[in-house]
Design a protein around this ligand. Structure first.
Ligand code: ADP
Length: 633
């Protein structure tokens, strides 16, 4: 028999398990029971359509056996079992589980972390055992195989004798050390307590022979005597947590269930648990996570809720139960009305399911609204993790869901220096103010430095500061809120002037038309026009855009995949402060020295670019021009 090596990632994890300093070694039992339970589910599911399975529904069970003398603990199931290949594949590598990829991406080296963060499954057995054997016979096969490993060196697989379908996992429990007591895992009371603690809701019975002392009747005056009585006990209540009444569940239980089931190391930020009867009868247990799962913002992420039919899992990720914008929600639905062997295709058209999905959406929205209202701090934390998803929700599907989501958005207010809702913005608006103003940029600080902000703030109007790519697109899709239009302060049409001021400016632009045109020609293709403006207070110039595509949107659109061949270009306008000394200087140059004016135009454009955060396209030319000016007599 040849000893096979573990795949390299598995080997590392094995080393970690064996040398684990993790204090919760006890979770190994939960992991083995959960594997056994999955195997039972699989075979049970098969038995619904396949008469050959030959096991009655109530015969599916998990057994735990303790042999104290030989330091043996066994977890036995009559589930689907594993073939020789499956033993090799499933227990020879963990690379598929994703947990290890995560660890590497984040460059973490702390082994305590990974165990706490993810169920590491079968491998946790090596925290308490240095000799693990798995004997298994797969359903439909008349052969059985034994997998054995004594640690990181590798494992063997060989044929063995096993009469019934299912799996036996045998752990040789480690000897006690100075700091570690392993005996506890051979103690029936301790094992029984661990099952209650971690696996109570497992829907198959977990049985163990329990030995207690019973007094033997003795004559008066004689020493009392006891005899051992052994009985088979079912250790778990088998009632899934979601079927228990709410007032019987502590928040710790809710949280533990969440963390085990959905592989999160944080408690959830909110739990939604409800039951409906009537047109659709079902239980739902939903969780809003605190932080996105490691793969949440990747293509690999699959949204969905677990779907149970009368306590039996029929689908692990039922995508139709969650809209994309709430895809971060984890949880399950257990329906009384769905048929067990319903297929994915028929499920999609199932009226019940649609009804359930609708209620779920409402419940999640309601919970978020409540959090926004009653616990702003928690909501902000939530929004930091998933706000971007809500904003995409506004933008996607041609804005179909914008009304559902608009009141869940929060943005940074320049005025109030905190995150506010659109309603809060509108409520604080001045009477004279007609629009909702916003500006986008890399950071709040950089946006606040934009020259365009001065005039808006001077009027006493608040500005929403947008720092995420999707922000502006979401607001464009919204178009307006409560009848108030969204206006980018960097848009060329930003208009804060009175009619009279507007007129004066128009004639100023008209009178200098030729000069402004000359400047535009000097700068070249980069800009659409040059004009005077009133919207700047102390700054000489700024860049705005016309036609709806802003500089920030240009950046975002061009950074998208496939954008290289088809670049979007914002139509830029160089605006010059009509009140600034530079305005007069330009006019004089136009009369006396067109050559210098042409250079000034380029310089001013360069300045405006720098201020806007876009940077100059030709820094050498820009710096040469500055130098030329500095050395000019
Ligand atoms: P996970 O359960 O997260 O997939 P594990 O390392 O615990 O990871 O188990 C790996 C795989 O081995 C399981 O997905 C399952 O296919 C198989 N397996 C483990 N235990 C059993 C069992 N008792 N019966 C049948 N298959 C099992």
């Amino acid at each position: 028999m040849r000893t096979k090596q573990f795949k390299s990632e598995s080997k590392k994890l094995m080393d970690m398990m064996i040398n684990s300093i993790y204090t919760h070694k006890e979770i190994f039992l939960r992991e083995l029971i959960s594997n056994a339970s999955d195997a039972l589910d699989k075979l049970y599911f098969k038995s619904l359509t396949d008469d050959n399975v030959g096991i009655a529904p109530d015969e599916f069970e998990i057994r735990i056996e303790i042999d104290k003398e030989n330091r043996i603990l066994r977890v036995i199931d009559n589930g689907c079992g594993m073939t020789e290949e499956e033993l090799d594949k499933n227990l020879g590598t963990i690379a598929k589980s994703g947990s290890f990829n995560f660890k590497q991406e984040n460059g973490k080296t702390d082994d305590v972390d990974i165990i706490g963060q993810f169920g590491v499954g079968f491998y946790s057995a090596f925290m308490v055992s240095d000799d693990v054997t798995v004997e298994s016979r797969a359903y439909g096969s008349n052969e059985a195989f034994r997998w054995n490993s004594k640690g990181a060196d590798g494992y063997t697989v060989s044929a063995c004798d096993k009469q019934t379908v299912g799996t036996v996992v045998t752990l040789k429990i480690k000897p006690n050390t100075d700091d570690e007591n392993y005996d506890e895992f051979l103690d029936q009371y301790r094992i029984s307590a661990l099952v209650k603690k971690y696996s109570d809701y497992i829907r198959h019975p977990i049985k163990m022979e329990f030995t207690t002392k019973e007094p033997v009747e003795t004559k008066e005056g004689e020493k009392p005597e006891y005899r051992d009585v052994t009985e088979l006990r079912t250790l778990n209540s088998m009632i899934p947590i979601w079927k228990k009444p709410k007032n019987e569940i502590t928040s710790e239980e809710y949280n533990n269930f969440y963390k085990e089931k959905f592989y999160d190391y944080n408690d959830p930020i909110r739990v939604i648990h409800y039951k409906t009867e009537g047109s659709a009868t079902y239980n739902a247990l939903l969780y809003i996570p605190k932080q996105p799962a490691f793969d949440y913002y990747t293509k690999e992420f699959e949204k969905g809720l677990q779907l149970y039919s009368k306590g039996v899992l029929i689908m692990d990720k039922c995508a139709d139960l969650l809209p994309d914008y709430f895809s971060f929600v984890k949880g399950l639905v257990d329906s009384e009305d769905l048929s067990l062997n319903i297929s994915r295709e028929t499920l999609q058209h199932d009226g019940q399911l649609k009804l359930i999905a609708k209620t779920i959406e409402k419940k999640i929205k309601g919970e978020l609204e409540k959090m926004l209202k009653d616990d702003r701090e928690a909501y902000e934390e939530f929004f930091k993790s998933f706000g971007i998803q809500l904003k995409f929700g506004v933008y996607n599907d041609y804005g179909m869901h914008k009304d559902t989501l608009k009141d869940l958005l929060i943005f940074r207010s320049s005025d109030q220096k905190k995150l506010i809702t659109l309603k809060e913005y509108v409520d604080a608006m001045k009477e004279s103010q007609e629009n909702i103003y916003y500006a986008s940029g890399e950071t709040y600080e950089k946006i606040e430095m934009l020259p365009q902000t001065d005039a808006v703030k001077d009027k006493g109007y608040d500005i929403l500061l947008l720092t995420e790519n999707v922000d502006e697109f979401a607001l464009m899709m919204l178009g307006e809120y409560d009848g108030k239009k969204f206006v980018n302060i960097c848009d060329d049409k930003l208009q804060l002037d009175s009619e009279e001021e507007k007129k004066t400016l128009e004639s100023e632009n008209e009178n200098s038309k030729e000069m402004l045109n000359f400047m535009k020609e000097s700068i070249g293709e980069d800009i659409a026009s040059v004009r005077f403006t009133n919207k700047l207070k102390k700054h000489p110039v700024c860049l705005t855009s016309e036609g709806g595509i802003s500089l920030e949107m240009e950046k975002t659109l061009n950074s998208m995949p496939g954008a290289a061949d088809n670049k979007v270009k914002a139509k830029l306008v160089l605006e010059i402060n009509a009140q600034h000394d530079i305005a007069q200087k330009l006019k004089t140059l136009y009369e006396q020295d067109k050559d210098t004016l042409s250079k000034y135009a380029k310089l001013l454009y360069g300045e405006a670019c720098i201020i806007s955060g876009a940077g100059v396209s030709d820094p050498i030319e820009h710096s040469n021009l500055v130098c030329e000016l500095m050395t000019k007599q």
